[in-house]
Write a protein of this length. Structure first.
Length: 145
């Protein structure tokens, strides 16, 4: 990008300016304080005390406990020699209609296959309007298909 100086060159330039001008750092701090306020150049230890230290330690302990709890809840299952999160294996990938035995790539069939175990076309032909009978276990005979 034109006009943009790489970080290394900018750092070298700042070091060269410090060699030439011993007041470069105070001038830089003054400019930062004018632009961002006096807190920007203060040492962070100035604002840290024992109560903040205790709060930080307590928050760190709670965070570690939470991480351990979450880690314990994640079940790992060995699959082909690898440990895999069990949640990743829970997804059912059955995309075959139980009535016409066709494999479906159509997104709208997801609902019908998950709920009625059949594709959209078979749902229209055999299930629509007869959901109670279908859910009770009725399926069309092979000669009707």
């Amino acid at each position: 990008m034109p006009g943009r100086v790489p970080k290394e060159k900018a750092l070298i330039g700042a070091l060269q300016k410090m060699d030439k001008d011993p007041n470069y750092i105070p001038k830089l701090e003054k400019a930062i304080a004018q632009k961002y306020g006096p807190e920007a150049i203060d040492n962070p230890r100035k604002f840290w005390d024992e109560t903040k230290e205790q709060e930080y330690i307590q928050q760190s302990k709670l965070f570690v406990e939470k991480l351990k709890k979450n880690e314990a809840q994640i079940e790992k299952v060995e699959t082909d020699g690898f440990l895999v999160n069990k949640k990743l294996l829970n997804k059912d990938t059955n995309r075959v209609c139980s009535v016409c035995n066709e494999y479906s790539f159509d997104v709208r069939n997801n609902l019908y296959i998950n709920k009625f175990d059949c594709c959209w076309k078979c749902h229209i032909q055999w299930v629509e309007g007869r959901e109670e009978r279908w859910l009770s276990g009725w399926r069309p005979k092979k000669e009707n298909k």
